[in-house]
Design a binder for this molecule. Structure first.
Ligand code: ZN
Ligand code: ZN
Length: 299
Protein backbone atom coordinates (compact mmCIF):
# COMPACT_ATOMS: atom_id res chain seq x y z
CA UNK A 1 0.00 0.00 0.00
CA UNK A 2 1.42 3.36 -1.09
CA UNK A 3 0.83 6.85 0.29
CA UNK A 4 -1.79 8.67 -1.76
CA UNK A 5 0.32 11.84 -1.70
CA UNK A 6 3.93 10.78 -2.22
CA UNK A 7 3.94 7.06 -3.11
CA UNK A 8 6.15 6.11 -0.14
CA UNK A 9 4.95 3.08 1.81
CA UNK A 10 1.73 3.97 3.62
CA UNK A 11 1.46 3.25 7.35
CA UNK A 12 -2.28 3.83 7.66
CA UNK A 13 -5.28 3.53 5.36
CA UNK A 14 -8.37 5.68 5.82
CA UNK A 15 -11.13 4.08 3.76
CA UNK A 16 -13.64 6.76 4.84
CA UNK A 17 -11.64 9.28 2.78
CA UNK A 18 -10.42 6.72 0.23
CA UNK A 19 -6.74 7.51 1.03
CA UNK A 20 -3.65 5.96 2.63
CA UNK A 21 -0.76 7.95 4.12
CA UNK A 22 2.91 7.68 5.00
CA UNK A 23 3.97 8.94 8.45
CA UNK A 24 4.67 12.51 7.35
CA UNK A 25 1.48 12.91 5.37
CA UNK A 26 -0.61 11.32 8.12
CA UNK A 27 0.70 13.87 10.64
CA UNK A 28 -0.09 16.65 8.19
CA UNK A 29 -3.61 15.25 7.61
CA UNK A 30 -4.19 14.95 11.39
CA UNK A 31 -3.26 18.56 12.11
CA UNK A 32 -5.39 19.73 9.16
CA UNK A 33 -8.43 17.89 10.55
CA UNK A 34 -7.94 19.52 13.98
CA UNK A 35 -7.64 22.93 12.35
CA UNK A 36 -10.70 22.25 10.18
CA UNK A 37 -12.83 21.35 13.25
CA UNK A 38 -11.66 24.52 15.02
CA UNK A 39 -12.63 26.69 12.04
CA UNK A 40 -15.85 24.87 11.05
CA UNK A 41 -17.26 25.02 14.55
CA UNK A 42 -15.76 28.43 15.55
CA UNK A 43 -13.96 26.95 18.54
CA UNK A 44 -11.20 29.48 19.14
CA UNK A 45 -11.01 33.27 18.72
CA UNK A 46 -7.79 35.17 18.25
CA UNK A 47 -5.80 35.54 21.51
CA UNK A 48 -7.93 32.95 23.33
CA UNK A 49 -6.04 31.09 26.05
CA UNK A 50 -6.83 27.37 25.83
CA UNK A 51 -6.55 24.76 28.55
CA UNK A 52 -6.68 21.07 27.60
CA UNK A 53 -8.52 18.74 29.98
CA UNK A 54 -5.84 16.07 30.16
CA UNK A 55 -6.81 12.55 31.25
CA UNK A 56 -3.49 11.09 30.14
CA UNK A 57 -5.04 8.81 27.49
CA UNK A 58 -4.26 8.87 23.75
CA UNK A 59 -6.98 11.39 22.86
CA UNK A 60 -6.25 14.22 25.29
CA UNK A 61 -2.47 13.82 24.97
CA UNK A 62 -2.70 13.90 21.15
CA UNK A 63 -4.96 16.93 21.38
CA UNK A 64 -2.49 18.83 23.58
CA UNK A 65 0.37 17.98 21.22
CA UNK A 66 -1.62 18.90 18.08
CA UNK A 67 -2.75 22.27 19.48
CA UNK A 68 0.85 23.13 20.36
CA UNK A 69 2.02 22.07 16.87
CA UNK A 70 -0.68 24.25 15.32
CA UNK A 71 0.67 27.22 17.27
CA UNK A 72 -2.18 27.76 19.74
CA UNK A 73 -1.45 29.25 23.16
CA UNK A 74 -2.42 26.33 25.33
CA UNK A 75 -1.69 24.66 28.64
CA UNK A 76 -3.07 21.46 30.13
CA UNK A 77 -4.57 20.41 33.43
CA UNK A 78 -4.82 16.96 34.94
CA UNK A 79 -7.62 16.57 37.44
CA UNK A 80 -6.47 14.12 40.11
CA UNK A 81 -9.66 12.39 41.24
CA UNK A 82 -8.35 8.87 41.68
CA UNK A 83 -9.15 7.77 38.12
CA UNK A 84 -6.46 6.37 35.82
CA UNK A 85 -2.68 6.54 36.03
CA UNK A 86 -1.26 9.03 33.52
CA UNK A 87 2.46 9.30 32.81
CA UNK A 88 2.68 12.64 34.59
CA UNK A 89 6.47 13.04 34.68
CA UNK A 90 6.86 12.36 30.97
CA UNK A 91 3.91 14.60 30.20
CA UNK A 92 5.48 17.38 32.24
CA UNK A 93 8.69 16.90 30.24
CA UNK A 94 6.72 17.15 27.00
CA UNK A 95 5.05 20.36 28.16
CA UNK A 96 8.40 21.87 29.14
CA UNK A 97 9.85 21.08 25.72
CA UNK A 98 7.08 23.11 24.08
CA UNK A 99 6.81 25.83 26.71
CA UNK A 100 3.36 24.70 27.73
CA UNK A 101 2.35 24.25 31.36
CA UNK A 102 0.84 21.12 32.85
CA UNK A 103 -1.13 21.75 36.05
CA UNK A 104 -2.00 18.95 38.42
CA UNK A 105 -5.17 19.74 40.31
CA UNK A 106 -5.72 17.55 43.37
CA UNK A 107 -9.51 17.53 43.49
CA UNK A 108 -9.81 15.49 46.67
CA UNK A 109 -9.68 18.74 48.68
CA UNK A 110 -13.04 19.67 47.09
CA UNK A 111 -14.41 16.19 47.81
CA UNK A 112 -13.80 15.65 51.54
CA UNK A 113 -10.55 13.84 50.72
CA UNK A 114 -12.35 11.12 48.76
CA UNK A 115 -11.72 9.85 45.23
CA UNK A 116 -14.38 9.09 42.63
CA UNK A 117 -14.77 5.31 43.11
CA UNK A 118 -15.32 5.84 46.87
CA UNK A 119 -17.82 8.65 46.30
CA UNK A 120 -19.78 6.52 43.82
CA UNK A 121 -19.92 3.72 46.38
CA UNK A 122 -21.07 6.05 49.19
CA UNK A 123 -23.78 7.61 47.05
CA UNK A 124 -24.73 4.32 45.32
CA UNK A 125 -24.39 6.13 41.97
CA UNK A 126 -22.78 4.90 38.73
CA UNK A 127 -19.07 5.79 38.75
CA UNK A 128 -19.30 7.32 35.25
CA UNK A 129 -22.00 9.81 36.22
CA UNK A 130 -20.16 10.92 39.40
CA UNK A 131 -16.92 11.21 37.40
CA UNK A 132 -18.58 13.26 34.64
CA UNK A 133 -20.26 15.59 37.12
CA UNK A 134 -17.03 16.23 39.07
CA UNK A 135 -14.91 16.67 35.94
CA UNK A 136 -17.30 19.15 34.30
CA UNK A 137 -17.60 21.26 37.44
CA UNK A 138 -13.94 21.34 38.51
CA UNK A 139 -12.53 21.83 35.00
CA UNK A 140 -14.77 24.84 34.55
CA UNK A 141 -13.84 26.17 38.00
CA UNK A 142 -10.13 25.74 37.25
CA UNK A 143 -10.45 27.58 33.93
CA UNK A 144 -12.41 30.45 35.51
CA UNK A 145 -9.97 30.87 38.39
CA UNK A 146 -6.95 30.78 36.08
CA UNK A 147 -8.37 33.04 33.36
CA UNK A 148 -8.57 30.59 30.48
CA UNK A 149 -11.03 31.38 27.66
CA UNK A 150 -11.50 27.88 26.29
CA UNK A 151 -11.52 24.33 27.69
CA UNK A 152 -10.60 21.74 25.04
CA UNK A 153 -11.51 18.09 25.61
CA UNK A 154 -10.30 15.01 23.74
CA UNK A 155 -13.66 13.62 22.56
CA UNK A 156 -13.12 11.99 19.16
CA UNK A 157 -15.54 11.11 16.36
CA UNK A 158 -16.16 7.61 17.77
CA UNK A 159 -17.08 9.06 21.18
CA UNK A 160 -19.39 11.60 19.61
CA UNK A 161 -21.23 9.25 17.24
CA UNK A 162 -21.73 6.74 20.03
CA UNK A 163 -23.25 9.48 22.30
CA UNK A 164 -25.28 10.61 19.33
CA UNK A 165 -26.66 7.14 18.63
CA UNK A 166 -27.51 6.66 22.33
CA UNK A 167 -29.20 10.06 22.49
CA UNK A 168 -31.18 9.42 19.30
CA UNK A 169 -32.24 5.92 20.36
CA UNK A 170 -33.58 7.32 23.63
CA UNK A 171 -34.63 10.69 22.16
CA UNK A 172 -32.72 12.63 24.78
CA UNK A 173 -33.44 16.02 23.24
CA UNK A 174 -31.71 17.96 26.05
CA UNK A 175 -28.49 15.98 25.67
CA UNK A 176 -28.69 16.20 21.88
CA UNK A 177 -28.72 19.99 21.89
CA UNK A 178 -25.87 20.12 24.40
CA UNK A 179 -23.72 17.63 22.47
CA UNK A 180 -22.42 20.29 20.10
CA UNK A 181 -18.66 20.59 19.48
CA UNK A 182 -18.71 24.17 20.80
CA UNK A 183 -20.55 25.29 23.94
CA UNK A 184 -20.43 29.07 24.03
CA UNK A 185 -19.70 31.20 27.08
CA UNK A 186 -23.06 32.39 28.36
CA UNK A 187 -22.10 33.40 31.89
CA UNK A 188 -19.09 35.06 33.56
CA UNK A 189 -18.27 31.80 35.26
CA UNK A 190 -18.94 29.47 32.34
CA UNK A 191 -15.92 28.94 30.12
CA UNK A 192 -16.37 27.97 26.44
CA UNK A 193 -16.04 24.20 25.90
CA UNK A 194 -14.75 22.76 22.61
CA UNK A 195 -13.94 19.33 21.11
CA UNK A 196 -11.28 19.82 18.41
CA UNK A 197 -10.91 16.05 17.70
CA UNK A 198 -14.50 15.55 16.47
CA UNK A 199 -13.37 15.03 12.87
CA UNK A 200 -10.90 12.28 13.83
CA UNK A 201 -11.54 8.65 14.77
CA UNK A 202 -10.14 6.67 17.70
CA UNK A 203 -7.87 4.77 15.28
CA UNK A 204 -6.46 8.09 14.06
CA UNK A 205 -5.77 9.59 17.51
CA UNK A 206 -4.16 6.30 18.54
CA UNK A 207 -1.95 6.30 15.43
CA UNK A 208 -0.98 9.96 16.02
CA UNK A 209 -0.01 9.26 19.65
CA UNK A 210 2.07 6.21 18.64
CA UNK A 211 3.82 7.83 15.66
CA UNK A 212 4.80 10.88 17.69
CA UNK A 213 5.87 8.71 20.64
CA UNK A 214 3.61 10.63 23.00
CA UNK A 215 3.62 9.55 26.68
CA UNK A 216 0.01 8.40 26.86
CA UNK A 217 -1.43 5.82 29.20
CA UNK A 218 -2.86 2.81 27.37
CA UNK A 219 -5.31 1.54 29.96
CA UNK A 220 -8.98 2.24 29.37
CA UNK A 221 -11.26 3.19 32.23
CA UNK A 222 -12.08 0.04 34.27
CA UNK A 223 -15.58 1.36 34.93
CA UNK A 224 -16.57 1.71 31.28
CA UNK A 225 -16.86 -2.09 30.85
CA UNK A 226 -20.38 -3.04 29.81
CA UNK A 227 -21.35 0.61 29.31
CA UNK A 228 -23.86 1.03 26.49
CA UNK A 229 -21.48 3.48 24.77
CA UNK A 230 -19.20 0.50 24.06
CA UNK A 231 -22.06 -1.41 22.44
CA UNK A 232 -22.90 1.61 20.28
CA UNK A 233 -19.24 1.93 19.26
CA UNK A 234 -19.17 -1.73 18.26
CA UNK A 235 -22.33 -1.45 16.17
CA UNK A 236 -21.11 1.75 14.48
CA UNK A 237 -17.74 0.10 13.69
CA UNK A 238 -19.56 -2.77 11.98
CA UNK A 239 -21.57 -0.38 9.83
CA UNK A 240 -18.46 1.70 9.06
CA UNK A 241 -16.65 -1.42 7.85
CA UNK A 242 -19.30 -2.03 5.19
CA UNK A 243 -20.10 1.63 4.50
CA UNK A 244 -16.97 3.74 5.12
CA UNK A 245 -17.77 7.36 5.98
CA UNK A 246 -21.00 6.55 7.84
CA UNK A 247 -19.73 7.92 11.16
CA UNK A 248 -18.65 11.21 9.63
CA UNK A 249 -21.96 11.61 7.75
CA UNK A 250 -23.99 10.77 10.85
CA UNK A 251 -22.09 13.35 12.89
CA UNK A 252 -21.89 16.18 10.34
CA UNK A 253 -25.57 15.75 9.46
CA UNK A 254 -26.61 15.94 13.10
CA UNK A 255 -24.54 19.07 13.64
CA UNK A 256 -26.42 20.73 10.76
CA UNK A 257 -29.78 19.87 12.30
CA UNK A 258 -28.80 20.83 15.84
CA UNK A 259 -26.99 24.13 15.89
CA UNK A 260 -23.30 23.36 16.33
CA UNK A 261 -22.84 26.33 18.66
CA UNK A 262 -25.12 25.95 21.61
CA UNK A 263 -25.99 28.63 24.11
CA UNK A 264 -27.31 27.20 27.35
CA UNK A 265 -29.50 29.45 29.56
CA UNK A 266 -27.89 29.58 32.97
CA UNK A 267 -28.67 30.93 36.42
CA UNK A 268 -26.43 30.90 39.50
CA UNK A 269 -26.13 28.12 42.06
CA UNK A 270 -27.38 29.32 45.46
CA UNK A 271 -24.52 27.54 47.22
CA UNK A 272 -21.38 28.16 45.14
CA UNK A 273 -22.37 30.90 42.68
CA UNK A 274 -21.28 28.90 39.65
CA UNK A 275 -23.70 28.66 36.71
CA UNK A 276 -26.36 25.97 36.65
CA UNK A 277 -29.73 25.31 35.04
CA UNK A 278 -31.24 24.55 38.46
CA UNK A 279 -31.40 26.27 41.88
CA UNK A 280 -28.48 24.36 43.33
CA UNK A 281 -25.89 22.91 40.92
CA UNK A 282 -25.40 19.17 40.60
CA UNK A 283 -21.90 19.37 42.10
CA UNK A 284 -23.16 21.09 45.27
CA UNK A 285 -26.09 18.66 45.50
CA UNK A 286 -23.62 15.79 45.27
CA UNK A 287 -21.45 17.34 48.00
CA UNK A 288 -24.53 17.70 50.23
CA UNK A 289 -25.49 14.04 49.80
CA UNK A 290 -21.89 13.05 50.41
CA UNK A 291 -21.76 15.06 53.63
CA UNK A 292 -24.93 13.28 54.83
CA UNK A 293 -23.58 9.86 53.92
CA UNK A 294 -20.25 10.55 55.64
CA UNK A 295 -22.06 11.86 58.77
CA UNK A 296 -24.12 8.69 59.03
CA UNK A 297 -21.05 6.53 58.58
CA UNK A 298 -19.23 8.35 61.39
CA UNK A 299 -22.07 7.45 63.83
ZN1 ZN B 1 3.35 10.51 1.85
ZN1 ZN C 1 -22.98 24.91 43.27
Amino acid sequence: MKCTKCSQTAIIDLPQHNVAYCEGHFNEYFLNRVQKAIKTYSMVEENDRIVVALSGGKDSVSLWHALIKLGYACDAVFLDIGMGKPKLEELQEMGKKFNSKLFIYDARADLFGLDIPKIAKFLKKPTCSVCGNVRRYLMNKFAVENNYDVIATGHNLDDEVSFLLGNVLNWQIGYLTRQSPTLLKTHDKFVKKVKPLVLLTEKETYAYALLNELPFSGESCPFSKGASSLLYKKVLNEIELVQPGTKQRFYSGAMKVWNSKTEVELSECKVCGYPTTEEVCSFCRMRERLKDALGKQAI
